[in-house]
Design a protein around this ligand. Structure first.
Ligand code: ZN
Length: 345
């Protein structure tokens, strides 16, 4: 993975932010966050997060130590707490916002707070997920990333994950990176450039290691045809997606050679429903896609019937998924709508 740090641009950021009244820390935090955010192989839209621990002057003229996480800031000291529900955590974070107009701080805010470094970078890099999300992934990662890295088994993002990270870091204070199984990577340093360099270094390590592995070929469906075009099915799908008149969806159609290879696999139903790559994906695409397999040479009318049935089954499956998993949660959970977000046809 290419390291895009530029001394010249970093200086420009410092100058620009100084004029606006912000510190060098914040300027460099914005700069490397943008370097990471721009790279689609590192973060999904809205995913990943970065932070800086710095100080700001409040209107009373006093300096306060703050943690800035993707635009939000708050004070810190929560390590001794045994348990905190997601709801309580969000409200605690909101109460401690420096600027009440800030967006809600990330669920990973505490994790940033507990790592004692000025700059903390976190991404859900494709190559890292490729290394973690495989059978034997934990041992594979231990070998790949080396002794300055701790590999952490999966814990759902939230306060308990932050506690786990705190525990791991306290035992191994020499590390400069954390690999979170089925989730992503954290790198940290007291210098913005160093934290960014570490991110690129470890993601590159993952890229090289995964490249060396032999990947299984996906058996393809051959000679498949239908009697309708994509634009004809769009209104049908939109209609089926909406459970009521207030629920309106926009469909984005995509196809490229990689997607074609994935969707035309004989076992697409099985491997595409194994679960998402990260918890971040669940928020955006739900835990599994809706797979619609039109009958051979089917007309648009026949497709309509097939799709209707597939939607009914999906909604039932989603309700079942929710009911099974809500029992595992400590707090009361509210089910989202049952419409799919990702369709494979
Ligand atoms: Zn994350």
């Amino acid at each position: 993975m290419k390291n895009n740090w530029s001394k010249k641009i970093a200086k420009k950021y410092i100058k620009k932010y100084k004029k606006l009244g912000f510190s060098k820390d914040l300027a460099l935090r914005v700069y490397t966050t943008r370097l990471l955010g721009r790279n689609k192989e590192l973060v999904l839209h809205g995913g990943g997060n970065t932070s800086v621990k710095t100080s700001i002057k409040d209107i009373d003229g006093k300096k306060y130590n703050v943690l800035c996480v993707k635009g939000s800031g708050w004070d810190m000291a929560m390590k001794t707490k045994k348990y905190l529900s997601d709801e309580d955590m969000v409200s605690f974070q909101k109460k401690n916002l420096i600027n009440i107009k800030s967006p809600n701080p990330s669920v990973e805010t505490f994790l940033h707070a507990f790592l004692p470094f000025k700059f903390v970078d976190h991404t859900h890099a494709d190559a890292v997920l490729n290394a973690t999300n495989r059978s034997g992934g934990l041992n594979f990662c231990k070998k790949v990333f080396g002794n300055k890295v701790s590999v952490v088994p999966y814990v759902m993002p939230g306060f308990m994950l932050a506690k786990k990270i705190n525990e791991v870091y306290s035992k191994n204070p020499n590390i400069n990176c954390l690999i979170l199984m089925n989730h992503g990577i954290f790198t940290f340093a007291d210098d913005a450039k160093e934290a960014y360099n570490l991110m690129i270094k470890y993601v590159s390590k993952a890229e090289r290691a995964v490249k060396k592995l032999k990947s299984k070929k996906i058996k393809q469906i051959k000679k498949f045809s239908t009697k309708f075009n994509v634009h004809e099915i769009a209104p049908i799908i939109r209609g089926l997606l909406s459970e009521n008149k207030d629920q309106k969806f926009v469909i984005n159609y995509r196809l490229n050679k990689h997607l074609k290879y994935f969707i035309n696999g004989k076992n697409v139903r099985s491997y595409s429903s194994k679960g998402t790559a990260t918890p971040d994906h669940v928020i955006r695409v739900k835990p599994f896609p809706l797979v619609i397999t039109p009958k051979k040479n089917s007309s648009i009318e026949e497709f309509k019937t097939t799709a209707k049935k597939a939607f009914e089954n999906y909604r039932k499956k989603y309700i079942h998924y929710f009911n099974v998993n809500k029992k595992k949660a400590k707090e009361k959970k509210v089910m989202l709508d049952t419409s799919p977000r990702l369709l494979e046809i």
